[in-house]
Design a protein around this ligand. Structure first.
Ligand SMILES: CC(=O)SCCNC(=O)CCNC(=O)[C@H](O)C(C)(C)COP(=O)(O)OP(=O)(O)OC[C@H]1O[C@@H](n2cnc3c(N)ncnc32)[C@H](O)[C@@H]1OP(=O)(O)O
Length: 490
């Protein structure tokens, strides 16, 4: 434990333990430390006043019954204003009330839980899968369901401990508001450790909510109607909506085994199956989540792009373009915009995310030796431009133009404040960084795709790193009012 004198690292002091009944008393399934404790203990994540401090947060693996247990070897004797931290007072707002019973009572409750044998996760099962010869199920339920609320209230402290800038949900909102929320739980189906124990063990969960999706029907001229007032009851669950993933968590003991990807694709399938949902969006995704989402969306859309022969036209304006540079990027002839819109609408993918996946796909269709990652001669291409002899060089030229065009439109206000030369340089840096980010994802996907071209050799060790982007996405900041969890995403 990183301890200096009377202060210790809060991340080390907290132990999160999943338990299930054992032969005579509950046994530990897994134990892990939090990633963050600053929402509870402050920015420096230090706890003053204890030696040998262990704050153990236990959860029953099936119904997440919680328990908080604090132990230490020595406690600092107050000197004037210098007092040890009030641990219970500090932790109370973050853990549910029922976690504060004594340990023997908790252990008895877990060990002798008569209902455990018949426990099923709340809501209904929406997907099941096998991984590494183990069985998993994903269940979805409305937050208006008291059982969903109970589980969420019990586990929400993990949001503060694992999701940067994440805040636990208010679960005592009015019912109509709770109905907007669907919570997805991932459980492993296990062989019960005792005859009366549960066969479910938590893996992770995600919260999602519907929010109004304004779509103007331009085929109708707005008219004043004499409808009854007040109107008949409106059910929020039936209004056109976007579904937004708010919190997404896979327990560290189950991380990097594909469960996050299963959970995300299940939520996506849930959106596609619901005619009232127009798009899937994500609130404040972090870098890891973006990587997971990009990979999953790429695997989903790639077969569709291939089916429709989506590719960059290397001669967008025919022979004419070879002599004279078009005044604007000829998007309509470069890519099949109508088909792409149909794909995007059918797959309910938000427009910026769709643009990323499309750009990544178009890039992947250019042989690596004609891309920056494969050592193409960019200086020569920038002289030859759309007149380059090789069609893949021309494709790469147009790929850069198309991506720059999107980036420019998205960040127009910011870029227009710069001098022309600075603007060109900034845009150039950004497209390069975006391209590097795509190459990393394509590398990571190598071998996972059914018809892998073998273009992107898998790297040794993770190359996943923060995408260095020259132009930051100010939209996210505006929408979410926080910069902490946000990764610059262009
Ligand atoms: C909206 C938000 O809430 S944003 C916040 C997201 N949540 C958090 O950051 C909380 C803490 N972290 C987590 O909960 C998890 O680590 C998550 C959600 C980020 C990722 O979940 P995981 O289950 O680990 O994801 P998954 O296993 O599907 O993929 C992650 C990696 O594992 C790799 N992977 C996928 N399947 C396997 C497998 N069978 N074996 C080994 N590795 C695999 C993937 O390649 C991926 O690697 P990469 O990111 O380097 O490309």
């Amino acid at each position: 434990m990183a301890e200096t004198g009377w202060s210790c690292d809060a991340n080390d002091a907290i132990h999160i333990t999943m338990v299930q009944p054992g032969d005579t008393k509950p046994k530990t399934l897994s134990t892990f430390h939090p990633q963050f404790t600053y929402p509870i203990f402050g920015d420096d994540e230090q706890i003053f006043g204890y030696k040998g401090l262990v704050i153990r947060l236990r959860f029953a693996a099936h119904d997440l019954r919680p328990h908080l247990h604090i132990s230490y070897d020595e406690k600092f004797k107050p000197v004037g204003d210098t007092t040890p931290l009030d641990l219970l007072g500090t932790l109370k707002p973050f853990v549910s009330e029922e976690a504060l019973i004594n340990l023997p009572d908790y252990e008895k409750a877990v060990q002798e839980d008569a209902s455990a044998k018949d426990f099923t996760p709340p809501g209904k099962m929406v997907y099941s899968y096998e991984a590494n010869e183990r069985q998993y199920e994903i269940w979805a339920g409305s937050l208006a369901d008291p059982q969903v609320r109970l589980l969420l209230d019990r586990v929400q402290v993990l949001v503060s401990l694992f999701i940067e800038a994440g805040t636990p949900l208010e679960t005592d909102d009015p019912e109509w508001s709770l109905e907007r929320w669907t919570v997805f739980f991932v459980y492993e189906k296990v062989t019960p450790p005792t005859p009366t124990a549960s066969s479910y063990s938590i893996v992770g969960y995600a919260t999602t909510y519907r929010y109004w999706y304004y779509q103007r029907d331009r085929s109708h001229t707005p008219t004043i109607k004499n409808d009854d007032f007040p109107p008949a009851e409106i059910k929020i669950s039936e209004l056109p909506a976007r579904l937004r993933i708010a919190q997404f968590l896979i327990l560290p003991s189950h991380a990097r085994s594909g469960h996050g990807t299963h959970l995300y694709t299940t939520i996506h399938a849930f959106c596609i199956a619901d005619p009232t949902i127009g798009e899937l969006t994500v609130e404040d995704p972090n870098e890891q989540f973006d990587a997971l989402r990009d990979s999953a969306d790429f695997c989903l859309l790639r077969p569709e792009f291939l089916k429709h022969n989506v590719n960059l036209n290397s001669d967008p304006n025919g022979a004419y373009s070879r002599k004279q540079r078009p005044r604007a990027v000829p998007t309509g002839v470069l890519i099949p915009s109508k088909t792409l819109l149909e794909i995007r609408t059918a797959f309910k993918i938000e427009s910026t995310q769709f643009a990323h996946i499309l750009e990544m796909f178009l890039l992947s269709q250019i042989p690596k030796s004609h891309r920056l990652a494969g050592g193409t001669n960019l200086a020569r291409l920038l002289i030859k431009k759309h007149k380059a002899d090789d069609e893949n060089d021309r494709r790469y030229y147009w790929w850069r133009m198309l991506t720059k065009q999107r980036l420019y439109k998205k960040h127009k206000e910011l870029l227009d404040e710069l001098e022309l030369l600075d603007r060109v340089e900034k845009l150039d840096d950004t497209v390069r960084n975006v391209e590097e980010g795509y190459e990393i994802t394509l590398d990571a996907l190598e071998g996972r795709l059914p018809e892998s071209e073998g273009e992107n050799a898998a790297p040794t060790g993770s190359r996943r790193q923060k995408r260095k982007l020259a132009v930051e996405d100010d939209d996210d900041e505006e929408e979410n009012g926080t910069e902490l969890a946000k990764r610059p995403k262009v």
